[in-house]
Each structure stands twice: as structure tokens, then as C-alpha cells.
Ligand binder design. Structure first.
Ligand code: HEM
Length: 304
């Protein structure tokens, strides 16, 4: 039976590593032969630390896919660069991503290290960002993040490719963006302005009644409905990162199609029909935007 990589669906973790790589084309055959060892390597460490809730999701971008497989996921494409009047979302695709997470920093590190060792000279590290759970799952702006995520079986329905693309069932489209916050500017705003910016209350994490939400509120701009009036959903696993110099959010989301994420981003950056954009973007800046396909475990086992 085809199985999905557990990092796609698993509940929120307290520790995460977001690691991006490029593949060294002169070592492509070494790279490919290593791929089929990856599911076992992950499973072995999960078994060594059964209470750490260790999970991985490893995937590839449009830039390299055709060198790894003769078939391609239906909707795999580059990350869309979006230029609004005030907001610019860059497209910074790289070949490969590892989204690793657990309840223990040491265990996440061990998995990252084991994978990096196994891939050896076949990859070049692009970026490694360490994310952490902040308070009760808050973004560094102080608001709880992830509340309206799908729950239970709905998580799979939202995130996993199914019969619409039989060759890539149990895979998922992954979007990763690095946002750097201007927390000085944010902290100068009064509580009401901050809450209006999200359309939720800060301390009690309650959603505003719909008629009180500004058209510029983040939750207004990202709550989209399809032509049948059904909510369009993605599964988010974003996490804060911080040093004393730079603070922000690694936005991370999974979906059975990248179209939903792309529409949300358009709605934030270009706005509604009247051009009302997401005012959360006044306080943060995207420094990267990447799109990947996270194939099933079976796909890895089939690589030679
Ligand atoms: C909701 C934070 C970027 C999609 C939220 C919420 C917070 C938040 C605090 C409210 C609670 C909840 O999770 O339901 C942020 C921050 C971002 C960011 C700090 C960047 C700095 C994005 C992006 C997208 C997105 C880029 C998609 C393109 C959503 C969606 C919801 C949401 C779909 C749920 C809306 C609802 O149904 O109420 N976000 N977000 N977010 N965000 Fe973001």
C-alpha cells in the first residue's frame, strides 16, 4: 500500500528544521541510489525515539524533478513570484527540501545529520532554519497560529493527492516561505490595530464575527471559498525562527493542489476586486518563496 511521509499530516511539533539543498548534477547517480534508503533511515530513528514524535517530509522542486523520474506530478510548477503595488513576494526555488520535526531538538538534529551524511557529496546545503514552538503555538507577533487548520481525517483530505493523479497518490504539494518581521513597527501598534490585522483577538484567540472583520484582515484575505461556496483549505505547519538580530516565521503549508495556496497568496498580495490587500504584510517581508512536491514513501523505494 502506498504510504505518505508522516511529516505532512502529523500534529504540531515543538521543534523543526527547514533545510534546503541543491543537487550536485555530477553526483546524480549517487544521489538517486541514496534516495531509496531514506524511508528506512527515517523509520529507524523513529523507532529509536518512539516518544519523540519524529517526522519527516522530503521533496523536490520543478527545477530537478525530471532528472529523478520519467513521470511528473500533475501540478508541479515553480513558485509564483507575485508583485503587488506594495508587496513583493520573491520566487527563490531550490532543488530539494527537508522539513523535519519532533518534540526534541536533539532528535530532529540527529535525523538531519543522518540524512545529510547519507547524501554526502551529492547535495549542497542552501539554507538551514531552526523553528521552535513559541508559547502556546504563537507567531512572534503574539497571535496563535494554526487554529483554523483542518482536523482529524480532514487533514489527509486537504493535504494528500488522491485518485486525481494516481501515479502520485499520497504525495503533497509543499510551499515554504521565509518571512522576516518588523517587530518594532508591530509593537508600536495598539492592541485593536493588531487584532484587526488578523481578525482575531490576541489573548483569547477568538475569531472576529464576520461583519466586524476588515477586508484587510489576514484571516479575511486567506479564507477563500470555491465556486460551490466550499471553504478552500491548506494544512499549515508554520513555525517561528529567531536570533537576536532577525525574527520571523517559516510559513509552511501542504495541499493536494498548489492552486489553493497560490490563490490565497494572490488574495493577500493583490487583494480583492477592489485591491484591498492583507495588512499583515505591512509588518513582515517575504525573503523566500519555494514550491515542492513531497512524494510518497513508495516513490523513494522505487528509485535506483
Ligand atoms: C490564519 C499568521 C502567512 C494562510 C493565520 C492566523 C495567524 C496567521 C496568527 C490565525 C489563526 C489560524 O491559524 O487560524 C500568519 C503569519 C504569516 C502568515 C504571521 C506570515 C508572516 C500566511 C500565508 C498564507 C496563510 C502566506 C497562505 C498563502 C492562512 C490561512 C489561515 C491563516 C488559510 C486561516 C484563515 C481562516 O480560515 O480563518 N495566519 N500567516 N498565512 N493563515 Fe496565515
Amino acid at each position: 500500500m502506498t504510504s505518505f511521509q508522516s511529516g505532512i499530516i502529523a500534529e504540531a511539533s515543538s521543534d523543526a528544521l527547514f533545510i534546503t539543498f541543491n543537487i550536485n548534477r555530477d553526483h546524480l547517480s549517487l544521489f538517486k541510489t541514496t534516495l531509496n534508503k531514506i524511508p528506512t533511515l527515517v523509520r529507524d530513528l523513529q523507532a529509536t525515539y518512539p516518544t519523540a514524535e519524529l517526522h519527516a517530509a522530503i521533496g523536490f522542486s520543478d527545477l530537478v524533478w525530471d532528472e529523478l523520474d520519467t513521470q511528473r506530478p500533475l501540478h508541479l510548477a515553480r513558485f509564483p513570484e507575485i508583485k503587488g503595488d506594495e508587496i513583493h513576494i520573491p520566487s527563490t526555488d531550490v532543488d530539494m527540501v527537508m522539513h523535519l520535526r519532533s518534540l526534541r531538538r536533539d532528535v530532529t538534529y540527529q535525523l538531519a545529520n543522518a540524512l545529510f551524511d547519507a547524501l554526502g557529496a551529492s547535495v549542497s546545503l542552501v539554507e538551514e532554519i531552526s523553528g521552535f514552538k513559541y508559547l502556546d503555538n504563537r507567531d512572534l507577533t503574539g497571535f496563535v497560529d494554526g487554529t483554523e487548520n483542518p482536523e482529524g481525517e480532514q487533514r489527509k483530505a486537504v493535504a494528500l493527492v488522491s485518485e486525481e493523479d494516481p501515479s502520485f497518490e499520497q504525495g503533497s504539494y509543499f510551499n515554504l516561505m521565509r518571512f522576516v518581521h518588523d517587530l518594532d513597527k508591530w509593537q508600536q501598534q495598539d492592541l485593536k490595530t493588531q487584532e484587526d490585522t488578523y481578525g482575531r483577538t490576541k489573548y483569547t484567540n477568538e475569531e472576529y464575527p464576520s461583519e466586524q472583520k476588515s477586508v484587510h484582515a489576514h484571516t479575511k484575505r486567506t479564507s477563500l471559498k470555491d465556486e460551490n461556496g466550499k471553504s478552500m483549505e491548506i494544512l499549515r505547519h508554520s513555525m517561528p525562527f529567531a536570533s537576536l538580530k532577525e525574527k520571523g516565521l517559516m510559513f509552511a503549508s501542504y495541499s493536494k493542489t498548489p492552486a489553493i495556496f497560490n490563490q490565497m497568496l494572490e488574495s493577500m498580495v493583490k487583494g480583492d476586486k477592489q485591491g484591498n490587500t492583507d495588512h499583515l504584510m505591512k509588518y513582515t517581508r517575504a525573503t523566500s518563496g519555494q514550491a515542492f512536491f513531497i512524494p510518497s514513501n513508495n516513490w523513494f523505494l522505487d528509485r535506483h
